[in-house]
Design a protein around this ligand. Structure first.
Ligand code: GRF
Length: 174
């Protein structure tokens, strides 16, 4: 499988995929924030990477196609993708989200969970469709919300779980 990963931020999920998936499977990382951590990680790991503004969707599509990508992974891609983009890779775009969807869609999902009074939250890998954080769920994992949790501590534990489930979800799509 040839994976293309889209990132806007720190890129820890991207690095985790590179380290846990089969050798040379991540063929491209596209990023839309010039100095993001994902770029530094790609350089360090020797993964081909390209900076493309998110509004240049056709350029992103072309780059992914050029690289022969057959599964697109949104790993901290802070931008809603358009129907045009979704149709370019039908049923082959997945996203990792830090909540137990359908709960807490959108930005600030961890904060929402923390303020909800719930005793658990988690993370979800799902297919991307035209509605935000609403596509078919591929994999989920629960994370307890502890009484003394802060945004930082809960985010940390959810991310640890993300590192487990994103590779499992990818594996399940082979
Ligand atoms: C992850 O927590 C993911 O759930 C959310 O963005 C974050 C990306 O983190 N969509 P990183 O860039 O992989 O470190």
């Amino acid at each position: 499988m040839r994976l293309g990963v889209l990132c806007s931020g720190n890129g820890s999920n991207f690095e985790n995929i590179v380290r846990t998936c089969r050798e040379d499977e991540v063929v491209l990382m596209v990023y839309n924030k010039k100095d993001c951590g994902a770029r530094k990680r790609a350089s360090k790991l020797g993964i081909p990477h390209a900076y493309i503004k998110s509004k240049d969707e056709n350029a992103i599509i072309n780059e992914l196609r050029w690289a022969g990508v057959d599964l697109v992974v949104l790993a901290g891609w802070m931008r809603v993708v358009s129907p045009h983009f979704i149709n370019a890779f039908p049923d082959r775009i997945i996203n990792i989200h830090p909540s137990l969807l359908p709960k807490h869609k959108g930005l600030h999902a961890v904060e929402q969970a923390l303020n909800s009074g719930d005793t658990e939250t988690g993370c979800t890998v799902h297919f991307v469709n035209e509605e935000l954080d609403s596509g078919q769920i591929i994999w989920q994992s629960k994370v307890p919300i502890l009484e003394d949790d802060t945004l930082e501590s809960l985010t940390f534990r959810i991310q640890r779980e993300e590192y487990n489930i994103l590779p499992l979800a990818i594996e399940s799509l082979r």
